[in-house]
Design a protein around this ligand. Structure first.
Ligand code: GDG
Length: 725
């Protein structure tokens, strides 16, 4: 049975005109058509390109699109589509993704529409998809879709590909909805980027905005893991090869050659977009023409496809480009030549290939570009009489096209000089530059790109949250039996991050009414002994939990208060804390150089907290501190641990595992024991090897515990079901 692959993008790859539907031949279509035959059944979900207000027309178009093209349309009202597409997507996210905060505009109503359109797409996917299908979501218009889908249908495998750059955190954080946007992307099981720099910025942004510790390969999120990878998109190579072999291509190339007889041709092709560096390029052309010996012998051809014409910045750009080109043509035209040939429109594919093939140089100078396919397409067309590529170092393609002349598009004088040098390069050298790049571009094409992303998406880990759900059944059965048979049960519960969600300010993590109700019920349960075991001080534990008939163990096992007692008993009489005085200045130094971090001094430990620091810097300093302390104190009887947003130095003799073992030895009448915790300090409990000790990790990090739930809310729900249900 072929696997279903649902491809979701803002625009369907079709044009609907009256009764005619034509499939467009963009890179994405080619990429997915090139997937191994028989292995996938591909469906498309997207906007059909116009509003179609009448219901009967919508039904007819939907039927035709589904039957003829495997496309499922998402219909949007005109106002909704404009606010979602021109507003939120292209006037607020697009400029930031391209490092242009000056172009950022934002209206709160756009956000409402962006959410509701992402919701409409979600509903359409849910309506279409079956358990286990692959769903591949494309680009910045649908950043919320992965999380919405994951919540509605956790069994789908969701991929997300960002076709643009992902900028540095300092830029992305300007967006009023920055947190929601990255959290939306994290619903995906795998996120792909064109280049490593984008992935690195994404990780740093997630860490600093959401406080999640990230790895470059994956990010643990709410109940699942999002894998990350680099997949540089390629072109539709077979289509270029076929076109270059065609009679029509040769015919058009001949016609163009005679139209531009005797001229060196420099070509630029792009959507009319401010990211493409058109005005900066015109500056460079001005510099070049000012110094050129033979102005008549060169012609610049600009093909600028109209784009986003409803947006003010784009309308302004067209005006400025037209005016600047008019000015330059006026300045440098002779009776024999007008140096800039400007087409504000789209040309047929075969003409595009003929133009690429004929050109001496492609001048591709975006100010920034996710990849830039034009650069790769130009290379593909240099089979005979190769031309040269001058490419902006700020395009993703610059990382791959190693033999291009790389330029800084802001440095117009340098671009002009490179243009002069490139025009003078002999054919042999041009060939040597182009051919190795051509090999790469033709081999790693769009099909290769899609195949590698989908293969990785398929082979990723299965959804952790669901696994945990299946697993935990064993805990329910064992405890259920023990409760029913009236056996004595011991519970060892960590507090922060296990029973109670962590707070930015630890003082505020008091039990809320729901937790209090649960704890009271646990306290009344016959045959159940509850121990709360925490790194907190005696005072905190008394203040939070003193009213319950629980055993309290403070400071990781340094002291204990038995149920019903007022006094605390010291378990650490033999332990020396002389090391505290020596190490404190080191921790104080980290507190000073890491704004937002803070030291907490306890009787048996020192803790350096960085929850309020910049998350990326804090994590980096924490690693440094852990290393420094570990090296310095290798022979000391202490433990240095990098836990959740903190580094903790404790006496090695005090640990939760030893404290639990002690209780179990003193009270050997327990028939079942369960311990639960969320942090590294709880692992010592999970390492105890005892029959019938059930160990539960709360959270998604690696653990030695046998069972897992994803967060404190799920853990409380489990306890409620086990003991009070
Ligand atoms: C986004 C990212 C990333 C242009 N004029 C004509 C024409 N085109 C075709 C080109 C090329 C495509 O349009 C433009 O693709 P780019 O990659 O250059 O740029 P964006 O449109 O901004 O695309 C970009 C891409 O997504 C893919 O991930 O590379 O960085 O911004 O294929 O050939 N095609 C025809 N006539 C034209 O006049 N037939």
């Amino acid at each position: 049975m072929p696997q279903t692959l649902i491809n979701v993008s803002n625009r369907l790859p079709v044009t609907v005109e009256d009764d005619r539907i034509t499939k467009s031949s963009g890179g994405l279509v080619a990429a997915l058509e090139g997937l191994p035959e028989g292995q996938y059944q591909t469906k498309w979900i997207g906007w059909p390109g116009a509003a179609f207000p009448e219901e009967s027309r919508r039904l007819e178009i939907a039927r035709k699109l589904t039957e003829e093209q495997g496309c499922i349309p998402v219909f949007l009202g005109q106002e909704e589509a404009t606010a979602f597409y021109e507003g939120f997507s292209n006037s607020s996210i697009w400029p930031l993704l391209h490092y242009l905060p000056n172009y950022l505009r934002y209206e709160p109503a756009w956000w409402d529409h962006y959410q509701s359109v992402n919701r409409i797409f979600t509903d359409k996917v849910i309506e279409t998809a079956q358990d286990g299908d692959l769903v591949w979501v494309h680009d910045y218009q649908l950043m919320l879709l992965p999380a919405m889908l994951k919540a509605a249908a956790p069994s789908l495998r969701i991929g997300f590909f960002l076709h643009t750059p992902f900028p540095a955190y300092e830029i992305f954080r300007c967006h009023p909805r920055r947190r929601e946007l990255v959290a939306g992307m994290l619903g995906a099981d795998r996120i792909g980027f064109h280049a490593f720099g984008y992935l690195r910025h994404f990780c740093s942004t997630v860490q600093r905005l959401l406080g999640i510790e990230t790895e470059l390969t994956h990010i643990p999120t709410d109940g699942h893991t999002t894998a990350l990878g680099i997949y540089p998109i390629g072109i539709n190579a077979p289509k270029f090869e076929r076109t270059l072999d065609s009679k029509e291509f040769r015919q058009r190339r001949k016609e163009f050659r005679s139209a531009h007889e005797g001229k060196r041709l420099v070509v630029s092709v792009e959507r009319m977009d401010y990211t493409k560096g058109i005005l900066h390029r015109l500056e460079a052309i001005d510099d070049f023409l000012a110094g050129a010996e033979q102005v008549d012998a060169i012609r610049f051809i600009f093909v600028s496809v109209p784009s986003r014409e409803g947006i003010e910045e784009y309308q302004q750009l067209v005006e400025e480009v037209e005016s600047r080109i008019g000015q330059l043509n006026g300045k440098y035209a002779t009776l024999l030549n007008s140096p800039i040939h400007f087409i504000h429109g789209s040309i047929p594919f075969v003409d595009l290939c003929a133009l690429y093939a004929l050109a001496d140089i492609a001048l591709v100078t975006p100010l920034i570009d996710g990849m830039n396919l034009v650069a790769k397409e130009f290379i593909a067309c240099q089979r005979e009489n190769p031309g040269l590529l001058i490419l902006s170092e700020f395009a993703g393609a610059a990382e791959e096209l190693f033999n291009a002349f790389l330029v800084n598009p802001y440095d117009s004088a340098a671009v002009a000089t490179i243009l002069t040098d490139a025009l003078a390069l002999p054919i042999e050298e041009r060939r040597n530059r182009i051919l190795p790049m051509r090999e790469r571009v033709m081999r790693y094409d769009a099909q290769h790109w899609a195949r590698s992303f989908i293969d990785d998406l398929k082979s990723g880990p299965v959804n952790d949250a669901r696994m945990a759900e299946a697993d935990i059944q064993e805990v329910r059965e064992q405890i259920g039996e023990a409760v029913a048979a009236g056996r004595r049960i011991a519970l060892f519960l960590d507090y922060d991050g296990t029973l109670r969600e962590i707070e930015l300010e630890p003082r505020k993590a008091t039990p809320n009414p729901a937790i209090k109700a649960l704890l009271s019920k646990l306290g009344q349960q016959p045959n159940l002994d509850v121990t709360v075991i925490s790194g907190r001080s005696e005072e905190d534990l008394e203040a939070f939990l003193g009213v319950y008939p629980f055993r309290l163990i403070a400071e990781h096992g340094a002291t204990v208060r038995e149920p019903g007692q007022k006094e605390w008993e010291r378990l650490d009489r033999d332990i020396s804390y002389a090391w505290k005085e020596e190490l404190l200045p080191i921790l104080r130094h980290y507190e000073q150089v890491t704004p937002g971090s803070k030291i907490e001094e306890k009787r048996s430990s020192i803790v350096w907290h960085y929850r309020r620091a910049d998350q990326e810097f804090g994590a980096w300093k924490a690693n440094q501190l852990t290393e420094e302390l570990s090296a310095l104190t290798a022979n000391y009887p202490i433990k240095v641990r990098h836990g959740k947003k903190m580094v903790e130095v404790t006496a090695a003799g005090n640990n939760k595992g030893a404290a639990v073992a002690r209780v179990l030895e003193q009270h050997d009448h327990y028939e079942v024991a369960l311990c639960a915790g969320d942090d590294l300090t709880d692992e010592s409990m999970f390492e105890l090897s005892r029959l019938r000790l059930l160990t539960i990790k709360v959270g998604i990090e690696p653990t030695k515990a046998r069972f897992r739930v994803k967060d404190p809310a799920s853990f409380r729900q489990l306890l409620t079901g086990l003991f009070t249900g």
